[in-house]
Design a protein around this ligand. Sequence first.
Ligand code: NAP
Length: 247
Amino acid sequence: MIDLSEKTAVITGAAQGIGLAITEKLAMNNAAVIIVDINKKLIDQRVEMLTSRGLNAAGYQADVTKSDQIEDIFKEISSTRGNIDILINNAGITRDGLLMKMKEEDWDLVLAINLKGTFICTQKVSRYMLKQRSGVIINIASVVGIMGNAGQANYAASKGGIIALTKSTAREFASRNIRVNAVAPGFIETEMTSILSEEVIKKYAEAIPLKRMGKPEDVADLCLFLASDLAKYITGQTIQVDGGLIM
Ligand code: NAP
């Protein structure tokens, strides 16, 4: 059994979707969880939902691209809770379009939230993890960052960047007992993919060897494992949760 008692986990973009599933999973395994998201109303609802079940949860509104906001949050968490043990860099968006027609602002926004946001949160938390000489960082990438995808040049570049960032960070932090891994989901049923038509979803599902879209819980299960001591000899890896979509 995995027991994350005494551990504090910060999860970005956790007010819904994959981030919320990871948050619930870690909390159900006794971690104190902290939701960081841009949507204040949803954060309050989620914290209420978790605490009413007896789970240890709190939330902060912040934009992961704003380094001063993120710095303040980690400072506050450190002073109120002590250690910051787990960071899940999950906040991410899409602004899809063919490269020829892609607006520069859509390129910039996706790279800013997905890639720079991961860098900012990692840099700000590292101050605490390096000092405590322990920590786990999990970056949510995507299979698209490995294989590319027509219509998602910005998103694919941001996720490929996250995979490279993960490896570099893992190398820099390993000597301080901080593990850094990436999780690359395939097609997962969330708000992000709810914009796809039934026809497109059916086509994707047919291409997946396990013949279904993934669920946020499928990703959360892997994150729980990576966050735990069961993964104590794993760092710098990118692990897919994609039903066998790419292999
Ligand atoms: P989601 O349902 O859209 O949830 C993402 C959350 O992040 C939302 O609550 C969103 O708030 C928040 N957010 C957006 N911008 C933010 C910012 N600047 N600062 C803080 N929070 C912000 O997405 P999801 O499908 O769960 O995806 C979660 C992660 O998994 C993303 O990194 C995504 O790229 C990755 N992923 C998803 C899939 C998939 O099939 N769903 C596949 C591969 C990888 P708002 O809604 O208010 O913007």
